[in-house]
Design a protein around this ligand. Sequence first.
Ligand code: SF4
Length: 226
Amino acid sequence: MQLIEIYRSIQGESSFAGLPCTFVRLAGCNLRCTWCDSEYTFSGGRKMSIEEVEAEVKRLSPAGLVEITGGEPMLQERELVPLMECLLASGYELLLETSGERPLERVPRPVHKIVDVKCPDSGAGGTFRMENLATLGPADEVKFVIASRADYDFARDFTRQHELERRTGGVIFSPAFRKDAAVARDVSHCVVDPRDLAGWIVADGLNVRLGLQIHKFIWAPETKGV
Ligand code: SF4
């Protein structure tokens, strides 16, 4: 497998936000989202075997939460599926962060899929593989990163059309964070004001979670390995 980093920090997103978590960040991505904060994953990294990854995860923490992220981890599905099976067998609770552009049928059922459906302003709108809707259940969450009112309208309509509030474990609307935020760690660097987003959600009567990426408010946005 091609790995960028394995580290222990605090989960910043999803309903698991705030919990200590070991992150396994895989290299490579086939999308180029305008607000991407992980461009350093697009190339490079180092080769590790499944056994080496598992050993490093166990060294950092013998139990608890592990997130597989990237880049797009499902690009390495052939090695990733056996790794997830090994980690589940060792008792870890697993999150998989993915755009849903690659097929998700082979992801083991107990893994919580956190699927980042791309909105139009990401520049990668329309890349979500609609067949993946059938793989989503109560253990999974769908996230929309929102950079404009048009993105919000897309996320709202997609959520309603596909009954995501009912069929998944949660839907998250998260304001995009500016790439040039530098050392800033406050809401002024959200592309959409969270107060506006909160107002739209309430006005439309949606049962979705307003998600602020808490790691962006703890560490400088450009910091890696947090
Ligand atoms: S899918 Fe994720 S890693 Fe890939 S470009 Fe988009 S935000 Fe960046």
